[in-house]
Design a protein around this ligand. Structure first.
Ligand SMILES: Cc1ncc(COP(=O)(O)O)c(C=O)c1O
Length: 426
């Protein structure tokens, strides 16, 4: 590779090289649980974090390592940690930042599963979430107090497909000495690189556009390397001596990739949601075509959104790529290559018509996922956002009449023809 490879080159090559033993060109699936130590001193150095190396696949594995290096390169971070799902990534990030009684401020427009994880599951750890309006950076500031440890947003919100002013929210985080965590699942680094706009940590569900083929679960945490974990004393996992590692202070020892290390050696090691080497391999293979797929997803989605907007059975379309959309200026600023593949619209006739439309589609698959090569459809209010109150559903962009599409990479004409026949009979 050149000294400063472009995004397409990194997507294919970053982190990988021919296997030193066999010459295999594709990254091998290191399907092994454990790794043989050179000798007793080597084993002790690995366990004591004095030397990097493979011990056990729950903590680290060479196939996972290539995936981590590739995603870190694509996002412009210092290091990354791959885990078994997007939700596992979020759990490990917050475990590294929070202690019981702490809180964080999150955008209320998020994937429904994240709203559940933050609002319900995290209660067991006594971690409190406070909701803010992603369109109003001041609403984040209003929620911050002495026990606030982080701010969390999605760069492009699921399901509404709305963009967020990352730099404005980062300014609030910086003013209060807090890390900004950005879920970049819906945009992928092809469209948006949140670290360039002031984020400190990026998380992904690799299950979606990064893997891209609807065949494997994964998540990742990317360390931006910019946050000073020792300044405030609010992040003892990083700034205080760790009893597990003979009093080692992780930030002092690992510097600008200490957060990724802490997530690995204190979170992944102890909670255990490791990604399987096979899934890491599939996601790595998917990432090689990320730029090609993402552009086709965006081009198709724009064509479909324009077509829907002019359809007389459609009440409204929310897609930042449409010039008439209130999000268009933010989309042009943060994601000029396209507005993503996922957006929502309302069918006239509300809940029942929306359900009938979903029922009539043939090329689209009716399921709970996004970011597949195939076009997908779901009615969020009765599925992904079902556990929320109606008020929360509306706040999350998933009200009763909302249909969510994840536009695939098929021919746009075929996608539109399927919607046309389904709307005709809805
Ligand atoms: C934006 C976003 N973040 C996180 C997740 C959770 O990821 P996973 O399903 O891989 O746990 C999802 C899942 O749909 C998502 O859409």
């Amino acid at each position: 590779m050149t000294n400063n490879p472009g995004f397409n080159t990194l997507a294919v090559h970053a982190g990988a090289q021919p296997d030193p033993t066999t010459g295999a060109r594709a990254t091998p699936i290191y399907q092994t649980t454990a790794f043989v130590f050179n000798d007793a001193d080597h084993a002790a150095a690995l366990f004591g974090l004095q030397q990097f190396g493979n011990i056990y696949t729950r903590i680290m594995n060479p196939t996972q390592a290539v995936l981590e290096e590739r995603v870190a390169a694509l996002e412009g971070g210092t290091a990354a940690l791959a885990v078994s799902s997007g939700h596992a990534a979020q759990l490990i990030v917050f475990h590294t930042l929070m202690q019981s009684g702490d809180n964080f401020v999150a955008a209320k427009r998020l994937y429904g599963g994240s709203i559940n994880q933050f609002g319900n599951a995290f209660k067991s750890f006594d971690w409190q979430v406070r909701w803010a309006d992603p369109a109003d950076p001041a609403s984040f500031e209003a929620q911050i107090d002495a026990r606030t440890k982080a701010i969390f947003i999605e760069s492009l919100a699921n399901p509404g497909g709305t963009f967020v002013d990352i730099a404005a929210i980062s300014a609030v985080a910086k003013k209060h000495g807090l890390p900004l965590i950005v879920d970049n699942t819906m945009a992928s680094p092809y469209l948006i690189r949140p670290l360039e706009h002031g984020a400190d940590i990026v998380v992904h569900s690799l299950t979606k556009f990064m893997g891209g083929h609807g065949n494997s679960m994964g998540g990742v945490i990317v360390d931006g390397g910019t946050f000073d974990w020792s300044k405030s004393g609010k992040y003892p996992m990083l700034s205080a001596p760790r009893p597990e590692y003979a009093g080692m202070v992780l930030h002092a020892t690992f510097g600008n990739f200490a957060f990724a290390i802490a997530c690995r050696v204190l979170g992944l090691r102890d909670f255990g949601p490791a990604i399987s080497p096979f899934n890491a391999f599939l996601i790595l293979t998917g990432i090689e075509t990320l730029p090609l797929r993402m552009q086709r997803h965006c081009d198709n989605a724009l064509a479909v959104a324009k077509w829907l907007k002019n359809h007389d059975k459609v009440a409204w379309v929310s897609y930042g790529g449409l010039e008439s959309d209130p999000n268009h200026a933010l989309q042009q600023r943060y994601s000029p290559k396209g507005a993503g593949a996922v957006f929502t619209f309302g069918v006239k006739g509300g809940y029942e018509s929306g359900k009938a439309l979903v029922q009539n589609l043939k090329l689209f698959s009716h399921l709970a996922n996004i970011g597949d090569t195939r076009s997908l459809v779901i009615h969020p209010a009765s599925t992904t956002h079902r556990q929320l109150t109606e008020e929360q559903q509306i706040a999350a962009g998933a009200g009763p009449d909302v249909v969510r599409l994840s536009i695939g990479i098929e021919d746009a004409a075929d996608i539109i023809a399927d919607l046309e026949q389904a709307l005709a009979s809805a």
